[in-house]
Design a protein around this ligand. Structure first.
Ligand code: ATP
Length: 209
């Protein structure tokens, strides 16, 4: 049996860090952002349809999507954003499904889905056995993202305001990992270990935990 587990949390809450720790306990990670970037990298499946839809000037000489040119276009034209999403989203979905099938075939007990908008998506929630929420207070989120991405406080606050709220995430959580100001990496590791053991016990497999 394979458990399909969703991972969600606001920007800078620590999802990637938690995902990495889960991988150390045998979880197979599906990182939708990485898949999305790969589709628009040189040779990616989205490049040909993007070239056909938007033109050569959105493709860099190395064959990858010109992100700056595309960002300007979708900012100015909401229709272009929808067209781009109509190309990229089905390809990402297809790859997520293929990766999940591969994980199951390889005998993975836990498949962890790090997917943006998971908290907002009924589609995903009904396909997942568990949803883990990484919880973090807003001040800590802001401090982490300002440091990591060299952004202003206002920019980070804007991103947080556009995302699901802490309350909305808690409403869909089966398990919560606390990663606020006072959580050390060791503390985080201990929480993930406890959860991984718990999951392995329920799944009926000792796994790598
Ligand atoms: P995003 O939503 O942008 O993908 P994320 O939720 O995946 O972010 P991470 O990238 O895991 O968040 O963490 C954000 C930053 O905070 C990283 O630089 C990470 O190293 C750091 N960080 C995460 N958890 C802790 C912690 N408990 N203590 C100190 N630093 C942390």
């Amino acid at each position: 049996q394979t458990w399909h587990i969703g991972l969600t949390g606001g920007i800078g809450s620590g999802k990637s860090t938690v995902a990495e720790l889960f991988q150390q306990h045998g979880a197979f990670l599906i990182d939708a952002d990485a898949i999305s970037r790969a589709t628009t990298a040189a040779g990616g499946a989205a490049i040909t349809p993007i070239r056909e839809t938007f033109g050569e000037r959105f493709i860099q000489p190395d064959g990858a999507l010109d992100r700056n040119a595309m960002r300007e276009l979708v900012f100015a034209q909401p229709d272009a954003k929808r067209q781009l999403e109509a190309i990229v989203h089905p390809l990402v979905l297809q790859q997520i499904r293929a990766s999940a099938a591969q994980a199951v075939q390889q005998g993975a007990r836990m498949v962890l889905y790090d997917i943006p908008l998971l908290a907002e998506s009924a589609h995903w929630r009904k396909r997942l056995q568990q949803v883990i929420v990484v919880d973090c207070d807003t001040d800590t989120q802001i401090a982490r993202v300002m440091r990591r991405n060299q952004l202003t406080r206002e920019a980070v606050e804007g991103i947080i305001a556009s995302q699901a709220t802490r309350q909305q995430r808690h409403a869909i959580a089966d398990a919560v990992v606390q990663n606020g100001a006072t959580t050390t990496l060791e503390g985080l590791r201990a929480q993930v270990e406890a959860l991984a053991r718990h999951f392995h016990l329920i799944i009926g497999c000792k796994g790598n935990a």
